[in-house]
Design a protein around this ligand. Structure first.
Ligand SMILES: CC(C)(COP(=O)(O)OP(=O)(O)OC[C@H]1O[C@@H](n2cnc3c(N)ncnc32)[C@H](O)[C@@H]1OP(=O)(O)O)[C@@H](O)C(=O)NCCC(=O)NCCS
Length: 159
C-alpha cells in the first residue's frame, strides 16, 4: 500500500471515493440531498475544485495501483489542522486502510508544525467516535447547526 498526495487530475477518483464511502452513512442517519446538500454523500467535482483552491491537501491510499481510500488535511490556524473527508468504500473496509490514512494525517500535520488535529463527526455515530478514541481523540463538545440534520461532535487529538 502507498499514499500519494492527490492533485487536480485525481478529482474524479476523489469524488467517487467520497460519495461511495458516505452513502451508507447518509442512509443510516437519514441524510438526504434535501435536508443536507453539503453532506459528503453528495460531493461534487466543483466542491473538490474549491477545496484545492482553499489549499486543502488530499491524500489517496493505493494498493496495486487502485485507490482504496482518501483523506484531506486542512490547516485551520498555526496550531490546528482539520482531518476531513476520511473515506474508505465499504468493499475495502476493516483491512486497516482507515488507520493508515489517519496515521498519515498525524505525520503530515506534525510536519506543518501544528499542535492539534481536530475532527467533526455525527454525534450519534458512536462506532465511529469509539474508533477515533482508539487513536487518542477526545471529545470536546457538541453543536447543533441550523443547516445540518444532526448534532456534530467535535473531537481533538494533541500531537
Ligand atoms: C471510518 C472508516 C474510514 C474506517 O475505514 P476502515 O478502512 O474500515 O478502517 P480500519 O480498517 O482501519 O478500521 C476498521 C474499524 O472501523 C471501525 N468503525 C468505524 N466506524 C464504523 C462504523 N460506522 N461502522 C462500523 N465500524 C466502524 C470498526 O469498528 C473497525 O474497528 P475494529 O476493526 O477494531 O473492530 C470507514 O468505515 C468509512 O469510510 N466510513 C464512512 C465514512 C466516514 O464515516 N468517515 C469518517 C468521517 S469523520
Amino acid at each position: 500500500m502507498m499514499i500519494k498526495q492527490a492533485n487536480e487530475a485525481d478529482i474524479s477518483i476523489l469524488v467517487t471515493l467520497i460519495r461511495s464511502s458516505f452513502r451508507d452513512v447518509a442512509e443510516k442517519f437519514k441524510i438526504t440531498a434535501e435536508n443536507c446538500p453539503k453532506s459528503p454523500a453528495f460531493y461534487t467535482k466543483e466542491r473538490l475544485e474549491e477545496d484545492f483552491k482553499k489549499g486543502l491537501r488530499y491524500f489517496i491510499l493505493e494498493q496495486d495501483g487502485q485507490a482504496r481510500g482518501c483523506v484531506a488535511l486542512e490547516k485551520a490556524s498555526p496550531d490546528v489542522c482539520y482531518l476531513e473527508r476520511l473515506a474508505v468504500p465499504p468493499e475495502y473496509r476493516r483491512k486497516g486502510c482507515g488507520k493508515i490514512l489517519v496515521n498519515h494525517i498525524f505525520d503530515e500535520a506534525r510536519k506543518t508544525g501544528v499542535k492539534r488535529v481536530e475532527i467533526g463527526v455525527i454525534s450519534k455515530n458512536r462506532k465511529l467516535k469509539n474508533w477515533y478514541k482508539k487513536f487518542g481523540f477526545v471529545q470536546k463538545g457538541t453543536k447543533k447547526f441550523d443547516h445540518l440534520p444532526f448534532t456534530v461532535a467535535f473531537m481533538y487529538r494533541e500531537l
